[in-house]
Design a protein around this ligand. Structure first.
Ligand code: PMV
Length: 360
């Protein structure tokens, strides 16, 4: 694992553009990343579906600075409003990427951003936001180094996104992205996400993800704190090994379209993630009573209909409901009629698997 290839070559062209825009989606992990070391190096490999509708759109504008200092100059605008509260995080991100994209010191940046999903919906915008910003910065570098290959562009953009948001490095491509070294996944790396390289059964085409917004409140424990609690966690070592084994098990399921196996594995991963939280020291709970009501109802519906609908969770109370495209109409009805009452303000988002970020 070496980061040397991400240090810049000598730039051969001048930058003449003044802005660049990208839309980058959120993603939902099937095998979860929970626990890291160094600067966002995962303790185990993970794999996620890239989403389609839930995304961040970012316009990055830049003006050459007259006087270059050790400080960065940046301004964050969310939905047209200046948000100084978001700037320290981006400032820290610039510090981390400085040696890979040294021009971040040379410009005054304005980052205009907006999310397709509602504010305080409990959907984290850091994965989509940081991946969109990483792509904008990489587009600047590509202009100055046009001979850069597409492979290098994608790898480095994911590498840069990872330095801002670990899981954000899985948002650039689709439909499935692996992050973290795994012996059976060719090209996989702890440093960046790679498109899942093997056969995917058509049953997963346009796979559906309905996001049930259970709680929009501030989370009692942030992801950063949660990851750190894996350091001295009694079950950490076996959890990290289990994720490796689970990814091996998923490969043939994706190939053959074994949805029974898929459902069991995905739900088990979600509950394992939350069981790591329950058994941290200090322990914490991010699920809410309605999270469990929804899980119960999904199990009942699956038993009664035989439709392979399953749930997964990220670090919060919201429930992602996953199901094949062909069952969409029936499951949407079930969600509207039977699950929406467990959502805060009856809110949910019907999304599906997408193909990654796009330049606008
Ligand atoms: O990227 P982070 O630090 O917000 O961590 C994300 C962790 C989970 O969403 C819980 C799991 C995952 O792999 O996305």
């Amino acid at each position: 694992m070496t980061t040397t290839k991400f240090h810049p070559e000598v730039y051969t062209q001048a930058l003449t553009s003044e802005s660049v825009s990208y839309a980058s989606p959120s993603n939902i992990a099937l095998i979860k990343y929970w626990g890291k070391h160094g600067v966002q190096i995962p303790k185990n490999p993970s794999i996620s579906f890239t989403l389609d509708t839930c995304k961040t759109t970012t316009k990055l504008s830049y003006v050459k600075r007259e006087k270059i200092t050790d400080e960065y100059e940046l301004k964050v605008i969310l939905d047209g409003k200046h948000k100084p509260g978001f700037e320290p995080k981006i400032y820290q991100f610039f510090g981390r990427i400085q040696s890979y994209l040294p021009f971040v010191k040379d410009y005054e940046f304005t980052i205009e951003t907006s999310n397709s999903f509602p504010h305080s919906s409990g959907i984290a915008s850091s994965a989509s936001g940081l991946s969109a910003l990483a792509l904008c910065l990489m587009e600047m570098e590509r202009e100055m180094q046009p001979e850069m290959t597409l492979k290098h562009f994608n790898q480095k953009a994911s590498f840069i996104a990872r330095l801002g948001s670990g899981s954000g490095c899985r948002s650039l491509e689709g439909p499935l992205v692996v992050w973290g070294e795994h012996a059976e996944i060719k090209g996989s790396s702890d440093l960046y996400g790679v498109q899942y390289p093997y056969e995917i059964n058509p049953v997963f085409d346009n796979y559906q993800d309905a996001i049930l917004l259970v709680d929009k409140g501030e989370k009692p424990v942030s992801s950063t704190v949660g990851h750190n609690l894996m350091h001295n966690h009694a079950y950490a070592a076996s959890r990290f090994e289990q994720a490796v084994v689970n990814l091996s098990k998923l490969i043939p399921m994706l190939k053959t379209g074994d949805l029974d196996g898929f459902v069991r594995l995905v739900e088990s991963e979600a509950l394992t993630l939350h069981s790591m939280m329950l058994t941290s020291d200090p322990y914490f709970i991010l699920m809410k009573p309605n999270t469990l009501h929804i899980i119960d109802k999904i199990w009942e519906y699956r038993r009664e209909t035989g439709i392979p609908v399953c749930f997964t969770l990220d670090a919060g109370a919201n429930v992602h409901v996953l199901f094949p495209d062909k069952d969409k109409e029936q499951v949407h009805e079930f969600i509207k009629n039977n699950l929406s009452k467990y959502c805060q303000d009856n809110r949910y988002i019907f999304d599906s698997v997408g193909s990654g970020a796009i330049k606008l």
